[in-house]
Design a protein around this ligand. Structure first.
Ligand SMILES: Cc1cc2nc3c(=O)[nH]c(=O)nc-3n(C[C@H](O)[C@H](O)[C@H](O)COP(=O)(O)O)c2cc1C
Length: 274
């Protein structure tokens, strides 16, 4: 079967699908100007769905993609430079959480949206561990501290740069500077062999952080946990991962205890305009 089914009565031969295809496999055939993908080129399709998604006449169906959802135009009109900018600027790293679990259905909905983040060649290799068990979260925090203690003599330069001594001291005094008493952790990883894993996963984790406020939630990158999971195979075992996987992100997630009323200043954008 051909990769594309074209409704020739609706297709105007405009060629927008040809321009939208990221791997340039669509050509316009014959006098009727019907989009077509040869058997040979078909294998290069990355299943991104842009061809079907962009067709203004709804004349093109990609045979390997199902469930293409029409956009809710009215909702998208609510997104404009002013309110999306305000939303981005108002995002804050949340480090104090209510002692309340997030309903599974809400977390599932969030993770369902995150899978629409861009990935290299549309590979969609991101995987996640959602940790909601308080004991496991504690175990991970303690594991990070044990790893830091072991690293202080082995890699004093790293230990100094990341203030391991200060973090260990604070943690042992009861201040959970690693997981911040978060009710959930979301840890992102990919197969270790996947070369774009760190980029794809960090982008998706960033989408996740930005999505949370829309659900009444908040989050913060758990950078120390992320680094320890990258360096310590023993810690990785706590979340059921072996050497065939690499952790790329970790976020603490929960209901924020406080809200913020101001946007702090940030450095000027450092952009070279060429
Ligand atoms: C890769 C990365 C790792 C981070 N790790 C931690 C962390 O381990 N603990 C923490 O409290 N904040 C962590 N943060 C949050 C930053 O400190 C925070 O983004 C920064 O202070 C700016 O605050 P804002 O996010 O509210 O704008 C991390 C952020 C990033 C991007």
């Amino acid at each position: 079967m051909s990769l594309l089914i074209i409704d020739s009565t609706a297709c105007k031969g405009c060629g927008i699908c040809v321009q939208a295809c990221p791997v340039s496999i669509i050509t316009i055939m014959g006098d009727a100007k019907i989009p077509f993908v040869s058997d040979e080129k078909e294998k290069r399709c990355v299943l991104c769905g842009h061809c079907e998604s962009i067709c203004p006449e709804s004349a093109l169906k990609h045979t390997l993609l199902t469930g293409m959802q029409p956009l809710k135009e009215n909702k998208l009109k609510e997104i404009n430079p002013e309110n999306i900018g305000e939303y981005f600027r108002s995002r804050r790293s949340i480090r104090t959480f209510l002692p309340k679990k997030i309903e599974n259905s809400v977390l599932e909905e969030v993770m369902d949206v995150v899978r629409y983040a861009p990935t290299g060649v549309n590979r969609q290799m991101n995987r996640w561990v959602v940790v909601s068990n308080a004991q496991t979260i504690r175990q991970l925090g303690e594991g990070v501290i044990a790893w830091m203690k072991a690293m202080i003599p082995v890699n004093p330069e790293l230990a100094k740069r990341l203030n391991f001594v200060g973090l260990v001291t604070a943690f042992e005094r009861g201040n959970d500077v690693i997981c911040r008493h978060a009710p959930h952790l979301v840890i992102g990883y990919t197969e270790a062999s996947y070369s774009a894993g760190s980029k794809d996963n960090a982008i998706a984790a960033s989408h996740l952080e930005l999505l949370l406020p829309a659900f009444g939630l908040g989050g913060c990158w758990a950078g120390y946990l992320m680094i320890a999971l990258q360096f310590s195979p023993d810690l990785k075992k706590v979340i059921g991962l072996d050497d065939s996987y690499t952790v790329h992100s970790a976020l603490m997630v929960g209901y924020p205890k406080y809200r913020y009323f101001k946007t702090p200043q940030r450095k000027e954008a450092q952009v070279k305009w060429i």
